[in-house]
Design a protein around this ligand. Structure first.
Ligand SMILES: *Cc1c(COP(=O)(O)O)cnc(C)c1O
Ligand SMILES: [Zn+2]
Length: 407
């Protein structure tokens, strides 16, 4: 079983053998992977010669055998020093963790790679997921790589490009007349009835481990140091919690000296149950019945990890902040035009929220800030394809350039 000790209930602490299960029999709490961290012997040199993908951290991932890895090259994405954007905002040490360049163009390749690998190890014969869009493609691509059938459950109104992408990888698409939360419930039932590995439901304890690598990589890329502050786009809250554990596990096994990171949750106004709780100083989540935002990747009204995400933010002394659709579009354009990185709305909320924190005086110019930018703008061109961005055609004559070229 590699270094996994057990699956532990996040509510009552009861431990189970690490098999195909995800809820506690005693209290129905969610289970999470517990490692025997004290016995894991890794040093910075352990990773030096390894492939530049998320599996370089194999000792801290929940797989028994390397032969089961289903890999398309997810992870070890660039940590981009954002000097022009930093200057614009009045910061000095700003980085973008650019997860737009993963194999299917979002961070979801990380948890999907781990979950589909685990499905192989557990001997499952099909996988699937409910998705707000990006997970559909990530699960479908890794299922294709593994040769497993794949079933995707999506709300009918997600971005068309994301559906085309998942379907092209060969997945069966089930479009639901309803919200993400309805799709989630149907996928959960399908997993039970047909013994399908639903990556973010019944494989969730293993799935979420893939996203920890977004914490690990940032430390390694900052020359084995944790940043002061990270800003995380938040839907279900799983990503935020996983990044938090990435930093604490690296501290526990001695790969970084001190973990002082503040973790901030960023959500759109049209669906911000976690940020609302954080702002009220609580971890009690009020579900949003009808999410309404262009950041469809984050439109999860009943966030599975909401309580834990709010706690992580409170414990690390981070912030919760939300932004409007207009602020999201502005942030997409700002990031693209200052740094050359084109993100979808879900990824841009971290930039929009950073701008608001700076304006509110909640950042300090010298701190090291990392914005997680989690998905690619080519998946959602419609949000920025306003008439004003359509090129005006001109004759191919040098004279016309006199009106165009700036000098
Ligand atoms: C899924 C997703 C998120 C949020 O992840 P959660 O684990 O649901 O909080 C953020 N950004 C993008 C682009 C996503 O696809
Ligand atoms: Zn329990």
């Amino acid at each position: 079983m590699g270094n996994v000790q057990s699956l532990e209930c996040r509510e009552c602490g009861k431990e189970y053998a690490p098999t195909f299960r995800y809820v506690c029999d005693e209290c129905f709490g969610p289970l999470e992977v517990k490692y025997d961290l004290a016995s894991i012997k890794v040093t910075r040199e352990t990773f030096a010669g390894r492939a530049k993908n998320l599996w370089r951290y194999f000792e801290l991932l929940p797989l028994g055998e390397k032969s089961r890895i289903v890999d398309l090259g997810a992870g070890y994405t660039p940590l981009h020093k954002a000097e022009r954007l930093a200057k614009r905002l009045g910061l000095k040490n700003l980085y973008i963790k650019n997860d737009t360049v993963n194999p299917t163009f979002s961070f979801k390749d990380r948890p999907a790679s781990v979950a589909v690998s685990k499905a192989i190890e557990l001997g499952l014969s099909a996988v699937g997921s409910p998705s707000t869009g990006n997970l559909a493609a990530a699960t479908a691509a890794h299922a294709a790589r593994a040769g497993l059938p794949c079933y995707i459950f999506i709300p009918w109104d997600i971005e068309p490009t994301k559906v085309v992408q998942a379907a092209t990888y060969g997945a069966e698409i089930v479009a639901i007349k309803g919200t993400y939360d309805d799709a989630n419930k149907l996928a959960t039932q399908a997993g039970e009835l047909y013994n399908i590995g639903i990556v973010n439901v019944n494989l969730r304890p293993y799935y979420v481990e893939g996203s920890k690598t977004l914490g690990f990589e940032v430390c390694e890329q900052l020359n084995w140091d944790a940043p002061d502050h990270v800003i995380v786009p938040t839907g279900s809250g799983a990503l935020l919690c996983a990044i938090g554990r990435g930093f604490t596990e690296f501290e526990t096994v001695g790969l970084i000296k001190e973990n002082r990171v503040k973790i901030t949750s960023a959500q759109p106004y049209g669906c911000s149950p976690i940020v609302d709780a954080i702002k009220q100083g609580t971890d009690a989540i009020n579900p949003v019945e009808k999410p309404n935002t262009i950041a469809k990747s984050l439109a999860i009204g009943e966030p599975g990890d909401g309580v834990y995400a709010a706690r992580t933010v409170h414990q690390t002394k981070g912030f919760g902040e939300n932004c409007t659709d207009e602020e999201i579009v502005d942030a997409i354009k700002l990031l693209a035009s200052t740094e050359g990185i084109f993100t979808e709305p879900g990824g841009a909320v971290s930039i929009a929220v950073l701008k608001k924190l700076v304006n509110a005086g909640k950042t300090n110019a010298d701190e090291t800030v990392v914005c997680y930018v989690t998905g690619n703008g080519l998946k959602t061109p419609e949000v920025v394809a306003a008439p004003s961005t359509k090129p005006v055609a001109v004759d191919p004559k040098i004279e016309v350039l006199a009106q165009i070229i700036r000098r």
